[in-house]
Design a binder for this molecule. Sequence first.
Ligand code: IMP
Ligand code: MG
Length: 178
Amino acid sequence: MKRVKLWDKEFEISYPAHEIKKDIENLANVINKDLSNESMPLFVSVLNGSFIFTADFIRLIEFPCEVSFVKLTSYQGTETTGTVNQLIGLTEKIEDRTVIILEDIVDTGITLGKLIETLERHKPKSIKIATLLFKPEAYKGSLNIDYVGKKIPNDFIVGYGLDYNGLGRNLADIYTLV
Ligand code: IMP
Ligand code: MG
């Protein structure tokens, strides 16, 4: 089994590049069928983890669309409001448009929940969620995930955009912590 060491931890290959490619093709086929009649949908890719998935996925989309890259940052608001989430990078018009969030992975779903809450303030026509990976056992959200590339166990993974303390994003395959 192919292994990599990142910082202090060993990872073992669990999801090879050719399987990732096949799952992304299936995902794109479904989305091409479902959303081809929408007028100019907007894909919103969540940085950093989703950059490689987005690059591969978006080239398989056959209808006119826009792609935007966002980051969700949190900062401490006033004592009464607690943590405030701010969406940075979004300049496109959202109002009355179909927005498809592109995520590398949905784990607890906390990030996704915050992102949707923020996007909804801009009054989109609808928000759909497409994620390459989904950890059903870790998921605490209530929202339905519209499009899932692959369901995976609740283990820590790296590669294909996903990192362990900054390392591993460049790996073509996905590896699981040993
Ligand atoms: P969530 O808010 O728990 O759903 O996950 C938020 C973010 O954590 C994801 O978008 C990833 O960037 C990161 N993440 C979750 N699980 C993993 C993992 O197994 N490896 C690396 N990053 C992960
Ligand atoms: Mg992410």
